[in-house]
Design a binder for this molecule. Structure first.
Ligand SMILES: *Cc1c(COP(=O)(O)O)cnc(C)c1O
Length: 487
């Protein structure tokens, strides 16, 4: 929570104030006749101290993983180790240019090559491309590969992609963008995709299924083996949404379960920063039959008469490039550092702790916040955030959590649970933090019973109250002066 008073005045420029003291001129003044000087820029006039405070205070108006618990379900807001940043900043990584001759950046290519290998190993895939810049772009890439595969087989009637109703919204969106038709499948009473519905939907128009395991209820798909078998049996392919790999990394491999293609979210599972919509990374892994369709360039290791070296190559039937150059290279460096630091055992331990933490929260909270699919969960779980009989809804609980110093869980997702709160603690949180969160949630439930208006009016302690969240995202106001001009 923000511990000091935030100035309410945003515009702090004072006429004549200056950030630097220049020495007196000791040369004759010369006119800048060739340049037309603008005098209407209205640049702010501030001291250095004013500027430093301004930006520091702005930074403190945000919640971040480094400032507090951030249980935003499905997003895996784990701590981003600072050593990742130090390594990404090494001059050999940070200052190399994408157009450099590959001979001069062999170390960078070696890193990409090893990361491709490691991700393939972690996911159980034949090959990986590091090109896509986000999970959603990985989905789109995977679907384009599936499309290319069927075109090559001459199988043009496969136009449908099956998607469970618990899926992330990007799944039907990428499906539609790639020219397929999304077919929604219901969930069963235990929170799995309904096996009978899969069976009925499978025919020779099915290009594949797009499935998240564990799914967005945080539950392991209990019939995943049979789902994969049914889809393969009708000639379809299995796309795995790998956003929830933080429950599986080091324990189970989707490739072994029969998945044909999957994206990894490096900014989730592999501790690269989410960066406010900034540089993400969503590499894709594929089974052998899709290998040649991967986007490139990929890095290969070759040995010939010129010696051994890393080279950039385009897979034979590549769908092409989906990012400029080599994807978000800086993120690849961070993920590499993370995997290298933890090793296979460490990754497994991280997944186990992520699952343990999430189960601890579910069991401690389920008497206060009903858990509709109350079985052992994976790295996250979904509860109902509404407090019956008080009019307090999940969103109100989330807003009140801000006053307690916690970032809210994911709200109203997945869509199949009404008043959903999706809670993902990650492995990087210690028990005292989890306990403090449990206490805050229980305190809010009490407040809801005794004084619902308090919860419904939250947040009370934040610089701004409730926002129109759609407008806030669509019509960002970056500058106070723009606002003043519009007023
Ligand atoms: C985060 C997420 C995505 C999309 O990944 P981005 O990297 O945000 O594009 C897709 N599916 C699930 C289940 C996710 O949690």
């Amino acid at each position: 929570m923000i511990g000091h008073k935030i100035p309410t005045v945003y515009e702090r420029s004072v006429f004549g104030r200056c950030g630097v003291a220049l020495p007196a001129r000791d040369v004759p003044e010369a006119p800048l006749s060739a340049v037309e000087l603008r005098t209407d820029c209205g640049l702010p006039e501030l001291s250095q101290l004013d500027v430093a405070r301004h930006y520091l205070l702005l930074s403190q108006r945000n919640f971040g993983v480094d400032s507090g618990f951030y249980p935003l379900g499905s997003c895996t807001m784990k701590f981003n180790p600072k050593i990742n940043e130090q390594i990404a900043r090494l001059p050999g990584f940070a200052e190399s240019h994408p157009l450099q001759d590959p001979e001069t950046v062999q170390g960078n290519l070696a890193l990409m090559f090893e990361l491709q290998q490691w991700l393939a190993e972690i996911g159980g895939f034949a090959s990986v491309s590091l090109q896509p810049s986000a999970g959603a772009q990985g989905e789109f890439t995977g679907l384009l590969m599936m499309r290319a595969y069927y075109r090559e087989c001459g199988d043009l009637k496969r136009t449908r992609i099956l998607i469970p109703d618990s899926a992330h919204g990007t799944n039907p969106a990428s499906t539609t963008m790639a020219g397929f038709t999304a077919v929604e499948l219901p969930s069963d009473a235990r929170g799995n995709v309904d096996l009978e519905a899969v069976r009925v939907a499978c025919d020779d128009t099915v290009a594949g299924i797009m499935i998240t395991n564990p799914n967005t209820l945080g539950l392991f798909e209990e019939h995943i083996g049979e789902v994969v078998r049914l889809v393969h049996a009708c000639g379809g392919l299995v796309y795995g949404d790998g956003a929830n790999m933080n429950a599986l990394a080091g324990i189970a491999r989707p490739g072994d379960l029969g998945f044909d293609v999957m994206h990894y979210n490096l900014h989730k599972t592999f501790s690269t920063p989410h960066g406010g919509g900034g540089p993400g990374s969503g590499p894709v892994g594929v089974s052998a039959r899709l290998k040649e369709f991967l986007p490139g360039p990929v890095v290969e290791y070759m040995r010939d008469t010129d010696g051994a070296r890393y080279v950039l190559a385009m897979p034979a039937k590549s769908i092409g490039q989906v990012s400029t150059f080599y994807g978000n290279f800086g993120m690849l460096v961070r993920a590499y550092a993370y995997i290298r630091q933890h090793g296979a055992d460490g990754l497994r331990e991280n997944s186990e702790h992520a699952v343990l933490n999430a189960n601890y929260l579910r069991v401690k909270l389920r008497d206060t916040f009903a858990v509709p699919f109350d079985r052992t969960n994976m790295h996250e779980f979904v509860c109902r955030g509404a407090i019956d009989g008080t009019g307090v809804r999940a969103l109100d609980v989330s807003k009140r959590l801000l006053d307690y110093g916690f970032h809210p869980p994911t709200n109203y997702f997945p869509l199949i649970v009404s008043e959903a709160l999706m809670i993902e603690p990650t492995e990087t949180e210690a028990k005292p933090t989890l306990d403090a969160f449990i206490e805050a949630m229980q305190a809010i439930a009490k407040e809801a019973a005794n004084d619902p208006a308090l919860v419904k009016g939250a947040p009370h302690e934040m610089p701004v109250k409730r926002l129109d969240e759609v407008k806030a995202a669509r019509e960002l106001i970056f500058c106070d002066r723009v606002k003043a001009a519009n007023d």
